[in-house]
Ligand binder design. Structure first.
Ligand SMILES: [Zn+2]
Length: 337
């Protein structure tokens, strides 16, 4: 499938590459430091040092667990949209809005023309990649979700806002690629919110990725995929990361409509429960996914970012994911010989 793209980039991954989706739990000392910083009780430099320690902590854990593609864990981020909105010219953070449950966040507002001013994630990506020999995946929030989760007071319509964001977020991907990033993930959790807007999301993704020499992934954790399949295969990214193993959707039935033509990252860990999935349960998920796509096209991931779990839960879950993947690799190798 897209192994050739990875090979051209000089990235050699085993069968069933394992990776985290993106966010990992912040260690308690970083949580405390961020709260202190927010109250004005700590300098940016001091916070950055504690954040770097947390990134190093997670790089080391991921290496020990045996993950193949590492992440920086997004230790420096609060909200996935606000982090970028805060740094783009033309956007600012509005008042508190209720998200789900009792979670509140500052919903971004587009007040003027959106403009990328300087790299937003490149420094952190470079820091992480500088401390490991394994590839570190760069992660940005996609333009469609940025638009969908913000108030638009400037552009005439959603499409205008979405495509403007796409042109600016592309500059971040270009900056990441120039810094040496080979794998870039675009988070689009809003992808299937409005099936009639799928062509807009596809156009925006093409603007973000077209012609840039990276292996690209779209992460869309939940949604009405049955309504946007096979249309979603029109996305320009090489890999679609879907929480399909936990969903009630009949993927085998859906894929009978049209074969899956991309690499598939299958989410095998439920990030919303503290219960740690057993090796056997994860193995079953991977083996079911192997019925959907050729094994060389399959990646193994949690179904979303693990930031809502504790550090210990995340380590245990990822550990079982890696062990289960190794067992499937061994039995696949056995069947081949
Ligand atoms: Zn997600």
């Amino acid at each position: 499938m897209n192994r050739a793209v990875l090979q051209q980039l000089g990235i050699d991954l085993p069968l069933l590459p394992t990776t985290s989706v993106g966010s990992l739990p912040k260690p308690p000392d970083l949580v405390a430091a961020r709260a202190r910083f927010a109250r004005g009780g700590m300098s940016q430099r001091e916070l950055d040092e504690i954040t770097e320690e947390a990134v190093l902590f997670w790089l080391q854990r991921q290496e020990e667990l045996g993950l193949d593609v590492l992440v920086d864990g997004e230790m420096y981020r609060g909200d996935m949209v606000a982090y970028f909105a805060d740094q783009l010219d033309g956007m600012e953070l509005g008042g508190l809005v209720r998200a789900y449950g009792n979670r509140y966040y500052h919903k971004p507002v587009i007040r003027g023309p959106v403009r990328w001013e300087q790299p937003m994630t490149v420094g952190w990506w470079r820091f992480a990649q500088g401390h490991t020999k394994k590839p570190v995946k760069a992660i940005i929030t996609g333009p469609y979700t940025m638009m969908d989760w913000s108030f638009n007071e400037h552009y005439p319509d959603r499409r205008g806002a979405c495509l403007a964001l796409a042109h600016e977020m592309r500059k971040e991907v270009e900056a990441l690629a120039s810094a040496g990033a080979k794998i870039v993930q675009i988070d689009e959790p809003a992808l299937s919110v409005r099936p009639d807007e799928l062509p807009m999301a596809i156009e925006a993704t093409r603007i973000v990725t077209e012609g840039i020499a990276v292996y690209s992934i779209t992460h869309a954790c939940y949604g009405a995929f049955e309504q946007i399949y096979p249309g979603m295969l029109g996305l320009s990214t090489h890999n679609l990361d879907l929480a399909i193993s936990q969903s009630a959707i009949d993927w085998i039935g859906i894929m009978r409509r049209a074969p899956f033509t991309k690499d598939l990252s299958v989410g095998v860990l439920d990030v919303h429960t503290y219960a740690v999935e057993s090796v056997q349960a994860v193995r079953g998920c991977i083996e079911r996914a192997m019925e959907l796509v050729p094994r060389r096209a399959l990646w193994v991931t949690p179904d979303c970012g693990l930031k809502t779990r504790t550090v210990e839960e995340a380590i245990e879950k990822l550990g079982n994911m890696v062990v289960a993947t190794q067992l499937v690799r061994e039995s696949a190798a056995g069947r081949q010989s």
